[in-house]
Design a protein. Structure first.
Length: 338
């Protein structure tokens, strides 16, 4: 029978230190991650508050007419830092788009009454000119506003203002027809728009409504500008109302109605409204196979206004080439370059 000793061989006790250290390290790691996350969001929140305050300051400076280039640059810098610290926050990208919007004023692009009347019926590129900086700025405004919208699962506080920036970018891109843009952006709650976007919104809406040939929409806009609660800077005189309605009917191909209103908009002063009204009237004659009558009208205005608009002889030349038998008193021979 085997004899077993009551004493078992000495066994080394396994040290519990490595397991303890592992648990401790894991705990510290989780704790560190938690603190880093809290610090991260705390800093992001700090940037959010800072950006919001800078936005309000910028608006107040603009309202008082004291907005300087340095103020715009500071706003852009803070908005960019905010987006870097919280790259999925829609507000951050809206504020970048908003800060870029102020650059348009720096390069001489103003959405006011005079620029609207001057460019009604024109392409948007005629309004912004050939500036590469304006093109790139408008592109950046659009894509940052679009990014803000894509990151947002529900409307944020500046939702309507962001929509105005999208409306601006879409008008510049000319991918969608004016009527489509009116349908998408024509019913924004104007009471929720920031002061600097009130006029911009009416400007864009009028500009696109004109191009769409939406005579009813123009009547609605004119009515809005007469409302006592209306706060935007664009309002129209009776003469300008006739001009607006006349061009609207022209784009809608209601030529009889257009002629009646545009003739009322003309004056003895060869200003832009008179000039555009006469050019549109002559174009209508051309479309109605009364090209000679249109050519005579253009010639008379061109000569009496001091031959100021070089586009008029080009339009006359086009009419003459398209309608055999018509004639002009102007010398349409291209000048030879020395």
């Amino acid at each position: 029978m085997a004899i077993y000793s009551r004493y078992e061989p000495h066994r080394k006790k396994k040290s519990k230190a490595p397991l303890f250290l592992l648990v401790l390290a894991l705990g510290l790691s989780v704790l560190g991650f938690t603190y880093r996350k809290e610090i991260y969001f705390l800093f992001a929140k700090d940037q959010s508050v800072r950006a919001e305050k800078t936005k309000e300051k910028t608006i107040e400076l603009w309202k008082s007419g004291n907005l300087k280039e340095k103020d715009i640059e500071d706003f852009q810098s803070i908005a960019t830092t905010y987006s870097e610290k919280d790259p999925t926050d829609p507000v951050a990208f809206h504020l970048i788009a908003r800060s870029l919007f102020w650059n348009l004023y720096r390069i001489g692009i103003y959405f006011d009454h005079d620029s609207l009347i001057l460019h009604l019926g024109s392409e948007f590129k005629d309004f912004i000119g050939s500036s590469v900086l304006a093109d790139s700025t408008l592109d950046s405004i659009f894509w940052n506003a679009r990014t803000a919208e894509s990151f947002c699962s529900s409307p944020f506080s500046d939702w309507e203002n962001n929509k105005v920036l999208l409306f601006l970018g879409e008008t510049h891109r000319q991918v969608k027809r004016p009527q489509v843009l009116i349908n998408e952006y024509g019913n924004l709650d104007r009471s929720k728009l920031s002061p600097e976007f009130q006029t911009v919104y009416i400007w864009l809406l009028t500009f696109n409504t004109m191009l769409a040939g939406d005579a009813g929409g123009l009547d609605k806009l004119i009515t809005i500008t007469k409302d006592p609660t209306y706060k935007a800077g664009i309002q129209f005189t009776p003469r300008e109302e006739n001009f607006l309605r006349g061009l609207g009917k022209f784009y809608k191909k209601d030529y009889v109605g257009a002629l009646s209103l545009l003739r009322q908009a003309k004056s003895n002063n060869p200003d832009r409204i008179t000039e555009t009204s006469i050019i549109t009237e002559a174009t209508i004659f051309h479309l109605q196979n009364l090209s000679q009558k249109g050519i005579d009208l253009l010639e008379e205005f061109y000569l009496s206004s001091g031959k100021r608009n070089p586009e008029i002889p080009l339009l006359i030349a086009k009419m003459v080439s398209e309608k055999p038998g018509t004639k002009t008193k102007l010398d349409l021979t291209p000048e030879k370059k020395e």
